[in-house]
Design a binder for this molecule. Structure first.
Ligand code: ARG
Length: 473
């Protein structure tokens, strides 16, 4: 009942309201269904960006003489007051605000009176909304980069903590070669480093001011877009007003960067889930980062990792949505583009939450991996023959036969005596039995970026250097 009353009041206010476009050719107020369908309140999170954009615009209008010094001072005073309200959380929106831009202009009118009507001089919501989203994303990219850097730090710390613990690497989810667990963990650090680089690169194309493009074709007024860009502290000014208001590839790029990062987190999640099973039993997470079962008291579930894996699917949906939104869209601005914000915000929130929760869970991990089976040294044994001049294909064949022989007798490499090995093939030497220890296998690894402790140390140094350039969360 109360809700209905509020709704009715809202409707009355709405029909009495002046939209940014009412009062001219429109004789009737908007229909209730139009209002409900077209108003999207999600853009309210760009409130500060909208005001910052308006401050730059008003400053430029003053400098080029479209506002008098007195008007400029008044306008900037009003906008600064609104910015304070926005930052303190006391800025209130009304049912009658069509979007964040209308809300700012309405509130400025309450503060300044008629002068507020001059703010939209030489501007359209089309260049305004493109600017707001670019400013919002610039901040988000900076925040996400710092969060990813923090996540890489967690991986490095864990790589440090596990020391020279040896595990099998896997290909086809079958045990492949012996590697330091640290090497496996650091593989994710490199993936995430590239995610940071991708975001940083996307930031350059995001940091372009569309202000001054107007509705689509520019203006007869002496606006100075370069001046607005400079006031905003943005990296570049648009080159084509139609492109400036009609393009959203910068938003799509943000969603792509977020999705790729989510995909990396999702792969890591899948492994953490697998490693936490009693079958693997490689890792335990602290109680604070795991959940219990309502039915089975013995269970400790890696729900955070499962949710990250699940949420990665939803960002793939965002990527598909932001791509589809652009397909077939005629130039320039079309209202379809209002949908870009929900997509971008969803991808942003999903990535931010996932980095935070999964980073916490990973930080709480205690690794206790079992020793790998000695089958992971088969390649090392073949390489021992290669070093003695045996062609690799033949060495592969010899070791393959040895594996088959041992398996048939329910034995493994480490059951072999030096004599048995030399008897099996005269090109082996007695000392080759030492090669079949996974720890020795790792110690013998000499190649660049390979699974050795020398390589792990070099990787940590390089990652440390990289992170020094970024704020870690
Ligand atoms: N709310 C709109 C959006 O998010 C703002 C731009 C509206 N422009 C217009 N010409 N109706 O895209």
């Amino acid at each position: 009942m109360r809700e209905n009353e509020e709704q009715a009041t809202g409707d009355r206010e709405r029909s009495a309201a002046m939209t940014m476009w009412s009062g001219g050719r429109f004789e009737e107020g908007p229909a209730e269904s139009l209002w409900r369908f077209t108003v999207d309140t999600s853009d309210r999170r760009m409130l500060v960006d909208d005001i910052v954009g308006s401050i730059a615009h008003a400053t430029m209008l003053g400098r080029v003489g479209l506002l008098t010094p007195g008007e400029t001072a008044g306008m900037l005073g009003g906008l600064e007051a609104l910015k304070r309200e926005a930052e303190e959380g006391s800025f209130s929106f009304l049912h009658t605000d069509e979007d964040v831009h209308s809300a700012v202009e309405r509130r400025l009118g309450e503060v300044l009176g008629d002068l507020a009507g001059k703010l939209h001089t030489g501007r359209s919501r089309n260049d305004q909304v493109a600017l707001d989203l670019r400013l919002y994303l610039k901040r988000s990219i900076t925040d996400r980069i710092s969060q990813i850097a923090g996540f890489i730090r967690v991986l490095i710390d864990q790589a440090d903590a596990v020391g020279d613990t040896t595990v099998p690497s896997y290909t086809h989810l079958q045990q492949a070669q012996a590697v330091p667990l640290a090497h496996h963990l650091l593989a994710y650090a490199w993936m995430l480093k590239r995610d940071i680089e991708r975001f940083a690169d996307a930031r350059v194309r995001t940091d372009v001011s569309p202000l001054g493009a107007g509705a689509s074709g520019g203006s007869s007024l002496p606006l100075d877009a370069e001046m607005s860009t400079e006031i905003l502290g943005m990296g570049a000014v648009f080159d084509n007003s139609m492109d400036a208001v009609g393009s959203r590839d910068f938003a799509a790029e943000f969603v792509w960067c977020s999705t790729q990062t989510m995909l990396h987190l999702s792969r890591l999640s899948e492994e953490l889930i697998l490693w936490a099973t009693s079958e693997f039993a490689w890792v335990t997470f602290s109680d604070a980062f795991t959940t219990g079962s309502s039915a089975m008291p013995q269970k400790k579930n890696a729900d955070i990792a499962e949710l990250v894996r699940g949420k990665a699917a939803t960002t793939i949906g965002d990527l598909s949505a932001i791509a589809s939104l652009q397909k077939g869209l005629p130039m320039t601005y079309n209202r379809d583009l209002q949908e870009d914000k929900r997509i971008v915000f969803h991808a942003d929130d999903t990535l931010a939450g996932s980095l935070d929760a999964l980073g916490g869970m990973l930080g709480s991990a205690q690794f206790h991996t079992p020793a790998p089976s000695d089958w992971v040294t088969a390649l090392d044994l073949a390489e021992a023959l290669v070093l003695r001049g045996v062609p690799f294909r033949e060495a592969h064949h010899v070791v393959g036969r040895l594996v088959a022989d041992l398996l048939a007798n329910d034995r493994t490499f480490s059951d072999l005596t030096p004599e048995e090995l030399v008897d099996f093939d005269g090109r082996f030497v007695p000392a080759d039995v030492e090669v079949v220890d996974p720890v020795v296998s790792v110690q013998a690894r000499v190649t660049h970026g390979g699974g050795s402790m020398t390589s792990v140390a070099a990787q940590i140094d390089a990652l440390d250097d990289f992170l020094a350039g970024y704020t870690t969360a």
